[in-house]
Design a protein around this ligand. Structure first.
Ligand code: SAM
Length: 179
């Protein structure tokens, strides 16, 4: 399930929960506030403009890289040559869902965030912007993609983003053990 459908599921669950509890006169402050402040309240934020500027640049970046394809079901051993532009257009969370992630982090204020799947780093930057005090660990298995993501993170030195390169099945247990 991708992030879009996961968020949509969470949204539908909260809407259902709100209606269900209201019918019985119960209060659901957490779900209510999450709905009000995270799901419903979309707008453009100045803070996010530099990230969208970066996305635009990446969409025009014709550099070709060798991408390790984890979606192929062969344990990440298939390489494809793809342009950065293509990856930016196909992999990165859309601005709408990225803003929802930003608001979710901004609302919940977690101090540690773990993201599985960095790609070029767009969603990690959105989450870091949501709470600049948070440490964002973002995991990526493709070394060449990770190299471009690191270039992108270097342009935002005020965010605490740590990129961990390796297959999730190896990198995640090590990360969780260390933290
Ligand atoms: C959809 S992209 C992530 C997009 C990113 N979160 C964003 O919105 O900007 C998924 C990424 O996860 C990586 N990935 C998928 N399966 C993986 C695995 N088992 N181990 C490591 N990386 C993996 C892929 O290489 C790809 O770059």
């Amino acid at each position: 399930m991708n992030l879009g459908s996961t968020l949509s599921l969470v949204y539908r669950f909260c809407s259902f929960y709100l209606k269900a509890t209201n019918r019985h006169g119960l209060q659901a402050p957490f779900a209510y506030q999450l709905n009000e402040f995270v799901f419903k309240r979309d707008r453009k934020y100045d803070l996010l403009k530099p990230i969208e500027k970066l996305r635009k640049k990446l969409k025009e970046d014709q550099r070709k890289i060798k991408v390790l394809d984890f979606g192929a079901g062969f344990g990440g051993h298939v390489f494809k040559e793809l342009s950065v532009s293509y990856i930016a257009k196909k992999s990165a969370k859309s601005p709408r869902y990225a803003r929802m992630l930003f608001r979710l982090v901004n609302y919940l204020k977690p101090l540690t965030i773990v993201e599985l799947g960095t790609s070029l780093g767009i969603s990690a930057l959105y989450q870091a912007a949501g709470n600049p005090s948070a440490k964002v660990f973002t995991l990526e298995g493709c070394p060449e993609t990770a190299r471009i993501a690191q270039e992108n993170f270097n342009q935002f030195p005020y965010y605490k983003i740590e990129l961990v390169v390796g297959a999730f099945e190896n990198s995640l247990p090590i990360l969780l053990e260390k933290n």
